[in-house]
Each structure stands twice: as C-alpha cells, then as structure tokens.
Design a binder for this molecule. Structure first.
Ligand code: NAP
Ligand code: G3H
Length: 485
C-alpha cells in the first residue's frame, strides 16, 4: 500500500493517467513541518508542459468514465472510503506533520471524509431526472415531453486549501467523479502530501487511469496557466477571497464553485444562555488555532451582558492548551507558516495600539500565536473586519440587535453567523436580515453535517456545496424532447 507514491529522498510523485510519475524537470518544493521546520517530503514543482499533460489525460478519460454506471462508480467510492479509514494512522500522521493539525482533529477529518465519500455514493444513486409535459405552458398542448437528464461537465479542476487538505479535496473529488467528470486535483502546496495520499487512496480503490490526476506546484507559478487551460470545464476552488477573485477575473465561460474567506459573527443577545454562548464561541474561534473558514471571527454582544460574557469567554480561553499537534488535548498549535503568524500579529498590534482591551494572550513564539482575546474592539480597528485565520478573537459591544445586524452586514464577507438567544422570534428576525449563507441558532458556525447546503455570499463564495448540491453543481441538465404526433 502507498507504494509508487514516493521515490527516493522523500520525493513524491504525481498521479498522471494512472501512473505515479517522477518530476520531469527535477524541480521540487520542500514541504516543511510547521512544528519543527523539518522536511516532511518534497513535491514536484510541475512545469506548464507537465500540467498540460495531466489535463489532456483527464480530458481523454472523460468519455469512458462518464458512461460507467453509477452503481459501479459508487463501488469505487465505497472502497476508497474504507481504505481511507484503514489507513487512518498513516494519514493522520501526515496531517499532523504537514499542517500541524492536532491528532484528534486529524482523525476526525479522516473519518468525516470517509463518511462524506460514502454519503456521496448513496446520494448519487438517488438523484433522478424528470420528465416535463408541455401543456402547462400557455399555447402548448400535450404534444411535447422533455426528458431531463443530468450530464457531466467534463474535466473538473479541484483546487483545495491547506487547512482541510483531505476533506476539502475529497469533497470536490467524490461528487465530481460520481457525476461522471474526470478530475485534476491541485492541492495547496502545504497540504499537497495529504492531497497525494488521498489520490493514492482513490487509485487503490480502482479509479481508472486518467480519471483522477494530480498537479503540484506553487499556485503563484502555475495557477494562472491551469485555471485558464482550455480543456478545464469547471473550477471548484476553496481558498482565500484574494485568490478566488483572481481566478474569477481571468477565467471566462467556465462555471465556478467557490468557497472563500469569512468573518463569521457570533451575535449574543441579552437573554442568551451565556454559558452555552461562551463555550460555543471559544470552541468555534480557537479550534485548529482559528484556521477554519467557519471560525467565529468576531463577537457582537449587547452591552448589558458584555461584561458577563467576556468573563466567561476569558475563563474558557485561559484553559486552552498550547503545544505540539501530538500533545494530548492541545487546541492551539503552530500556525501554518511564519507569514501567517506575522499577519495575525499585525492585527493584534493594530488593535492594541488603537486601545482595545487585551483580556488574554497577545503573546507570540515563532509561528505559535497564543490564544488572544480582545474586548472593546471598535470599528476603526482592522480586527473588526479582517480575517486573521489565527487564534485571535475580538469582542465588539453593541447597544441593540439592530446595531449588531448592521455591523455584521457591513463586512465584505458573508459565510456564516451565529445568533445566541432564547427567543426564537428574535433569532428568526435576525437570521432573515443577515447577509450570509447560513445562520446557526445557538451554535457555533460550522460546515457540517456535510449534506447541508454550504454557501457563502458576497466575498465568501459562489454557488452552493453540500453533497447533493455539489453533485448538482458539477453536472448540468440536458433536455431531450419527444415530439408526439
Ligand atoms: P489560498 O492561499 O487562497 O490557497 C488556496 C489554493 O489556491 C491553494 O491550492 C493554492 O496553491 C492555490 N492558489 C494560489 N494561487 C493561485 C492562483 N493564482 N491560481 C490558482 N490557484 C492558486 O488559501 P489557503 O491559505 O490555502 O486557505 C485559507 C483561506 O481559505 C482562508 O481565507 C479561508 O477562509 C479560506 N477557506 C474557505 C473555506 C470555505 O469553505 N469557505 C474553507 C477553507 C478555507 P498554493 O498553496 O500552491 O499557493
Ligand atoms: O475551513 C473551512 C471548513 O470548511 C470548515 O469546516 O466548520 O467543519 O470546521 P468546519
């Protein structure tokens, strides 16, 4: 198992047309662990010619794969899910070393992904087409019937981010494949070892040659080439708003499905269960060191209960364990790289300088940012608006729910939001007004369960993910019309 994937000196290969291929150029990128800087592996920095070869292989494999019955495709997905779980120890070890995810979260990501893949197969078996009679439209009799079927798009380019390199790759690959597409996976460079292992799992499960292929290399070098390649029929991207916008601006006539950044607000009303709100907010803000799109990234709390809430949150934050991803019970691990830690540190500095009250943290050791909590954050501070992608949380005090809604909606982002209240009418009133993809009532923002629709509005994305929705997004409706005499 996992043979062929790695050559000598920890040099990884890419899956191209069913073969694990060595780098042709001999150029590699060192993947270093965020924890100790040691090299975990080396991935090919593919050239444009190599990328082209991959896309052509995917394009050639499409016609055959498209016609394989769904029940056969589903068998391969079930097998992939089983292999993933059989190899949970190896894979979680890679997640721990490559992206410094703590062991519990790493195992949870793998199990969740296996469930995702199985559920995708189950769902696809139950997606049916429809027939539409013509006589409901004015002026038509019953002489026409449209037989509406679902067709694949062709080659799906799946670009995934570093923070869930297994789950957010598989959540593109599995629905794309079951819908009859072939796939080119371009994982985040820091996360590409996980992406390559995942591709290996699908290959071992029996994915035919050319149906799933991988590309490694820096997005800044090969990104523009790959997203504008004429044989790419669909782009499914998860990552920052900055890169998402770049892709949207340079592509044309290619459908896009995008999950981008967020600045999820937790709105806490006067009547909220403050213990519930505090524990949810802390779990939501700090797990995997805040490197989650759905992390709570600001609190909007009614002034009257702000002192009490701040005290409760502070208590939980002080209990968070900082350490290495292998340490038992750790929540805060080193951030993905120093550049990310520098950015978080800038936001902390800015809030401090502008007079926010530091309640906890504000300390740094290399790329470890200690869990940081600020109170009295105001709208002139960067922390009120920017996505840190790190363990720092601002409390913004508001006078009433209208002010909370206003500030929440002034963000460029619109991924999720939470409302904590015991009053369901208030919850629905606020939920209706929030410009986000999902509102959680009395819970932290979160993506799962993965068959729920997941979407971002404004700068947080395009389209809707979620198992059924992803299959639908990566397929198209085709009408074949029977004209009766
Ligand atoms: P990122 O820097 O935008 O990178 C995402 C992916 O895009 C990586 O595979 C990256 O490759 C690639 N890329 C970079 N430049 C490219 C280009 N010019 N053309 C094509 N691809 C390019 O994001 P990240 O740091 O990995 O992830 C963190 C961000 O993702 C946060 O903003 C977070 O909110 C967002 N995110 C959103 C969701 C969601 O569901 N809404 C989920 C997870 C993460 P390289 O690594 O080689 O640069
Ligand atoms: O980083 C973005 C992920 O899609 C978030 O998923 O809410 O389950 O942590 P999660």
């Amino acid at each position: 198992m996992f043979s062929n994937l790695i050559g000598q000196e920890r040099k990884f290969r890419n899956l191209i047309n069913g073969q694990w291929c060595d780098s042709k150029s001999g150029n590699f990128i060192d993947i270093k662990s965020p924890t100790d800087g040691k090299i975990v592996g080396k991935v090919p920095a593919m050239t444009k010619d190599e990328v082209n070869e991959v896309i052509v292989a995917a394009q050639k494999a499409h016609n055959q794969w498209r016609d394989i019955p769904i029940n056969e495709k589903a068998k391969i997905l079930y097998k992939a899910a089983d292999i993933l779980q059989e190899r949970i120890n190896d894979l979680s070890d890679i997640l721990i070393r490559e992206i410094a995810k703590d062991k519990k979260s790493a195992e949870s990501e793998i199990n969740r992904t296996a469930d995702y893949i199985r559920f995708t197969a189950d769902t696809a078996k139950n997606i049916f087409g429809e027939t539409i009679a013509s006589d409901s439209f004015p002026g038509f009799d019953r002489s026409k019937i449209s037989v509406v079927t679902r067709e694949s798009m062709g080659v799906v380019l799946a670009i995934s981010p570093f923070n869930y390199p297994i789950n957010l790759s598989a959540s593109k690959i599995a629905p794309a494949l079951i819908a009859g597409n072939t796939v080119v996976l371009k994982p985040a460079t820091q996360g590409s070892l996980c992406g390559l292992y995942l591709a290996k799992v699908f290959e071992e499960a029996g994915i035919p040659a050319g149906v799933l292929n991988t590309v490694t290399g820096r997005g800044s070098e090969i990104g523009d080439y790959i997203v504008t390649h004429p044989e790419i029929d669909f782009i499914n991207f998860t990552g920052s708003t900055e890169i998402g916008m770049r892709i949207a601006s340079i592509t044309s006539m290619v459908p896009l499905l995008m999950e981008l950044g967020g600045k999820d607000a937790a709105i806490v009303l006067e009547d909220a269960d403050l213990d519930l709100a505090a524990s949810n907010i802390v779990a939501g803000a700090y797990s995997y060191s805040g490197q989650r799109c759905t992390a709570v990234k600001r609190i909007l709390v009614i002034d009257k209960v702000a002192d009490e809430l701040a005290e409760k949150i502070k208590k939980h934050v002080l209990e968070l364990k900082v350490g290495n991803p292998t340490d038992e019970g750790v929540t805060i691990t080193p951030l993905i790289d120093n550049k990310s830690a520098d950015f978080v540190w800038e936001l902390i500095d800015d809030a401090r300088e502008k007079g926010a009250h530091l309640l906890v943290g504000g300390k740094r050791d290399g790329n470890i940012i200690y869990p940081t909590l600020f109170d009295f954050v105001t709208e002139d501070m960067r922390l009120a608006w920017e996505e840190p992608f790190g363990p720092v949380l601002p409390i913004i005090r508001v006078k009433d729910k209208e002010e909370a809604i206003k500030i929440a909606n002034e963000s460029e982002y619109g991924l999720q939001a939470s409302v904590f209240t015991k009053n369901i009418d208030e919850a629905f009133y606020i939920a209706k007004k929030l410009e986000v993809g999902t509102v959680q009532i009395n819970n932290k923002p979160e993506r799962g369960p993965d068959h729920f629709p997941f979407s971002g509005v404004k700068a947080s994305g395009i389209g809707t993910q979620g198992i059924k929705y992803s299959i639908e997004a990566m397929s198209r409706l085709k009408g074949t019309i029977i004209n009766l005499k």
